[in-house]
Design a protein around this ligand. Structure first.
Ligand SMILES: Cc1cc2nc3c(=O)[nH]c(=O)nc-3n(C[C@H](O)[C@H](O)[C@H](O)COP(=O)(O)OP(=O)(O)OC[C@H]3O[C@@H](n4cnc5c(N)ncnc54)[C@H](O)[C@@H]3O)c2cc1C
Ligand SMILES: NC(=O)c1ccc[n+]([C@@H]2O[C@H](COP(=O)([O-])OP(=O)(O)OC[C@H]3O[C@@H](n4cnc5c(N)ncnc54)[C@H](O)[C@@H]3O)[C@@H](O)[C@H]2O)c1
Length: 444
């Protein structure tokens, strides 16, 4: 059995690893247009902001490793066309020749592409995106220039907020814009984002929310020097666009069924509408246990798990995807936020009638000196009382809490089941009347 995988980043790599590690008879071919594989984009802001020494540690595998394990891998090779009936993938290889690979099974792991703001001046010099390693290098180079004093970041989602912090850490004036009235509006309710907004402001990031970029203007050399919005004009030396990703499904969208954003529609084996074709990671849909529906969530964590599921099903072991909660986290200037499932705002947008319960308390008993306050919100469906989301914010390390809520959503746990849940107590870590128990007990 020969499997061709198009795209060898997180999702494609996970599918390839699963096949190579578990099914020795499988012939695996990887094709990718990039020079590198396995780049952890999550490290870009850490590297650009000089919180880590360099980018070298941001790759976890390479071409040679796949060759050693018996796979064939074509890097710098762009797939131009797929003959789904004849089961052949056509691509331009590293030498520029048009070549092909036949397949028994095909895995589409072509990921996502940044959404481009469609405004005048969008192609000027000094305007960046932040997806590929090479784009991270370009941003780092520009930020390292003395001439760049003011950086505008368009989009205050995860990439925008993280790179705004990085640019600030490099001593730049940073202007952060978003169409929404707060940062991180897709992940948290305003009661939580207001703390992140305050944190950004206190650290010198200038916030411009509810303000839309309408034009980028250039100097005589064709480099951006002004950002015009629906409210004002700002002199800037560099722009970073981060207004979200969309699925990169150009190769198969005419042949395969797709979701409303163009992502390949897949079943719980990651199989598309073509029996021989699987799709994984950011180019595919995913099942949300909170929504109880198919949706689109571009995250590396989902990419890895979907690659594993596809790999096993292709290899011959039936493995059902268990769906996801879209769990995510962010840490900015020492302030941490994590969320899973639906916020109250996201539930409303999806016509799910919810209640929520909030609580705020110190992480540890007051007699412990190093201690921060934690704010928690648990969101549950009114009719069934199943938990559909949770959000936490603190200067404390609260990250691991969210995994429990992720499992609760996956397993349809009700808010009432959480009230007397056995949660250990040790003053080094938490309180006997801890905020999870207290929030659950307070639920209406
Ligand atoms: C700056 C940044 C920070 C992030 N931080 C986090 C984080 O902290 N946590 C998290 O969970 N997620 C994070 N993400 C999201 C995460 O990186 C993506 O969800 C993940 O990369 C998706 O993996 P993928 O393999 O599906 O797709 P991609 O990473 O998009 O890879 C797709 C691959 O397909 C190749 N390809 C596409 N078309 C073709 C073609 N025609 N021919 C050949 N090859 C092709 C591309 O070259 C690429 O290598 C971050 C993303 C960015 C950009
Ligand atoms: N910490 C993490 O887990 C992490 C880090 C980086 C990226 N990612 C993932 O990568 C993907 C891409 O990240 P992203 O930050 O580009 O997307 P995002 O969806 O997190 O944020 C996009 C932001 O852009 C705003 N926006 C949309 N259109 C706009 C417009 N015309 N003008 C101004 N603002 C506009 C939205 O309101 C939103 O706040 C996401 O799926 C994200 O979850 C995750």
């Amino acid at each position: 059995m020969k499997t061709v995988i198009i795209g060898s980043n997180h999702a494609g790599i996970a599918a390839a690893n699963t096949l190579l590690d578990n099914y020795p008879d499988q012939e695996v071919v990887l094709i990718d247009r990039n020079t590198n594989l396995s780049y952890l984009g999550c490290g870009t802001a850490l590297w650009v902001g000089r919180q880590i020494d360099g980018y070298e540690g941001l790759f976890y595998t390479n071409k040679e490793d796949f060759i050693k394990r018996g796979a064939k891998i074509h890097m710098l090779s762009t797939v131009t066309n797929i003959d789904f009936d004849g089961k052949v993938v056509h691509f331009d290889n590293e030498s520029g020749e048009s070549v092909s690979e036949s397949y028994d099974k095909l895995v589409l792991a072509t990921g996502s592409k940044p959404i481009v703001p469609n405004i005048p001046g969008k192609d000027l010099d000094g305007i960046h995106f932040l997806k590929l390693f090479q784009e991270g290098q370009a941003v780092d180079k520009d930020i390292s220039s003395e001439a760049v004093k003011t950086v505008a970041v368009i989009g205050a989602g995860y990439i925008g907020v993280e790179i705004a912090e990085a640019a600030k850490r490099r001593g730049k004036n940073v202007l952060l814009f978003d169409a929404m009235p707060t940062s991180l509006a897709s992940y948290y309710d305003p009661e939580f984002t207001k703390h992140m907004d305050k944190n950004l402001e206190e650290n010198g990031v200038e916030l411009h929310f509810g303000e839309l970029a309408t034009e980028y203007k250039a100097d005589d050399n064709g480099r951006v020097n002004q950002l015009v919005t629906d409210k004002a004009a700002y002199d800037v030396d560099m722009v970073i666009n981060a207004i979200g990703f969309t699925a990169n499904s150009d190769l198969g969208s005419e042949h395969l069924e797709t979701f409303r954003n163009g992502a390949y529609l897949v079943d719980n084996h990651q199989k598309t509408s073509d029996d021989s074709v699987y799709a994984v990671g950011d180019c595919a849909t995913i099942y949300s246990n909170a929504l109880e529906a198919t949706t689109y969530i571009a995250l590396a964590t989902n990419a890895v798990r979907s690659g594993i599921v596809a790999g096993h099903n292709i290899g011959g072991t039936v493995l059902d995807s268990i769906g996801v909660q879209g769990s995510n986290g962010i840490s900015i200037f020492g302030f941490n936020m994590v969320s899973t499932g639906l916020s109250v705002a996201a539930a409303a947008k999806n016509n799910i009638d919810v209640e929520y319960t909030d609580f705020e308390d110190l992480q540890k008993p007051a007699f412990i000196k190093e201690n921060g306050s934690v704010k928690i919100r648990i969101v549950y469906e009114k009719s069934t009382r199943r938990i559909v989301g949770a959000q936490l914010a603190s200067t404390e390390d609260i990250a691991a809490n969210i995994h429990m809520f992720s499992l609760a959503i996956q397993e349809h746990v009700t808010i009432d089941k959480l009230k007397l849940l056995d949660i250990f107590f040790l003053p080094h870590f938490n309180q006997p009347y801890n905020y999870i128990t207290m929030a659950a007990l307070k639920a209406k």
